[in-house]
Write a protein that binds this ligand. Structure first.
Ligand code: FAD
Length: 393
């Protein structure tokens, strides 16, 4: 397809966030939507995501995004078309002992949103998943319907739906400059020429700061490495098994197809920062020490992992803001330039609702699906970082 010379809305980035914005804009009959991806769809964080689809959060805004996205994963074929690989394994969030009261408060908050979740005891968790070590657990939060999906299938499936609704998707085309005049955006310079547009959306994920800088904005998105490891599912463990986030040991686990399981470190610790100028060449090769550390953490919850062989691993990169929440909304001081970046460690499961919220904001002036004003990009300059009353430390 030929490169267009003009568009009504340009989206920079073909990860799960960019394609979701394109889909919702096109579905809502925005005129000419063009998405520009410098590599290929899902070529950034999205393609390497662990793909957990759960709704447990310690704050209402991420929970509302996850809740309002959940049906898109469950009923992908009806809503988007095709298969996103969603498997409803059930999900449990095991809190650190010091956070039990916060967990109780947060489960109440999540139930008020409408999320199917409740508290279970360690003994009840043992009944659900007898292969887990549960002696140290007094309460945990359970979501019977949650699970995981395939991030590549999800991203490409949403992109195809966006195309069917009329959006144009350019792959292998890099945005190298943003054209501004008199305080408003006029278009983008790309590796294959100029595209004029009155609206430009920065959905460049961990590269969000690089793209924002093209418009003179200091977005302060810090890229962090995140290593995931694929292991053979221990023979005593059923497949698919429960998806877990265990904050006592700092590890997560979910099944993968073909009697494999995917695991990684939860809650930081081993996830190292990547300098912006090294972002394009960062090593995707797994680090053996992190792999070993992940398996040691998992062993405390799943002793049977001792006999599991490691199949492979990968390192992806996530773009974090300083409060761990996305930048969603108009960029400060530039008419027509929007930010939908810095999704941190939760952008995959939230992408359907984030895309809808951004499309509503751009076309109607207000996001209806979730109130995104607490995540406005200007909040840091205003000294109003987003903090939840019962955040887990
Ligand atoms: C290992 C790992 C595990 C994760 N696990 C989970 C999980 O279990 N659940 C969950 O919800 N989230 C998870 N995440 C986080 C989630 O994957 C991200 O928040 C999400 O994928 C971000 O999507 P995005 O579209 O914003 O960014 P990306 O997918 O990175 O997309 C940005 C795109 O912009 C393109 N781009 C950059 N600069 C330009 C330019 N100048 N011109 C054109 N294109 C450009 C890039 O090539 C890239 O494709 C995980 C992330 C990683 C790395």
């Amino acid at each position: 397809m030929d490169k267009p010379k003009t568009a009504d809305i340009i989206i920079i980035g073909g990860g799960v966030i960019g394609v979701s914005i394109a889909f919702h804009l096109a579905r809502m009959r925005a005129a000419k939507v063009v998405l520009v991806e410098r590599k290929q769809l899902a070529g950034g964080a999205s393609g390497l995501s662990s793909g957990l689809v759960r709704m447990h959060y310690d704050n209402p805004i991420e929970a509302e995004f996850a809740f309002n996205s959940f049906d898109t994963f469950r009923y992908f074929d009806e809503i988007i078309g095709g298969d996103c690989g969603f498997v409803g394994t059930g999900f449990v969030r095991i809190p650190h002992a010091r956070n039990q009261e916060r967990l109780r408060a947060n489960v109440g908050m999540l139930q008020d949103i409408g999320i199917d979740t409740y508290l279970i005891s360690g003994a009840e968790l043992g009944d659900i998943a007898g292969y887990l070590q549960t002696d140290d657990i007094s309460i945990a939060a359970y979501e019977p319907q949650s699970g995981y999906a395939d991030p590549y299938l999800t991203t490409v499936g949403i992109a195809q739906a966006a195309k069917r609704h009329g959006a144009q998707i350019l792959q292998g085309v890099e945005v190298i400059g943003i054209d501004l005049e008199g305080g408003r955006v006029r278009g983008v310079e790309t590796s294959v020429g100029y595209i004029a547009a009155p609206v430009v959306v920065n959905a460049a994920g961990p590269w969000g700061s690089v793209v924002a800088a093209m418009a003179g904005i200091d977005a302060q998105i810090t890229p962090f490495k995140h290593q995931a490891t694929l292991i053979e599912t221990p023979s005593l463990v059923p497949s698919p098994h429960l998806t877990i986030i265990d904050r006592v040991n700092g590890v997560y686990l979910r099944p993968e197809t073909g009697r494999l399981s995917l695991t990684g470190i939860s809650g930081g610790g081993q996830n190292t920062e990547v300098a912006i100028d090294e972002l394009d060449g960062f090593g995707e090769t797994p680090i053996p020490q992190i792999e070993l550390n992940t398996l040691e953490r998992l062993y405390h919850r799943l002793p049977a992992v001792e006999a599991s062989a490691v199949r492979k691993g990968h390192v992806g990169v996530e773009g974090y803001t300083s409060d761990g929440h996305a930048l969603l909304g108009p960029a400060n001081g530039i008419d027509g330039f929007y930010m939908a970046t810095g999704l941190s460690g939760h952008g995959f499961k939230e992408a359907p609702a984030v895309g809808q919220a951004m499309a509503e904001l751009i076309l109607n002036g207000k996001a209806e699906v979730v109130d995104i004003t607490p995540l406005r990009p200007t909040r840091f300059a205003e000294g109003q970082i987003y903090e939840a009353p019962n955040a887990y430390q």
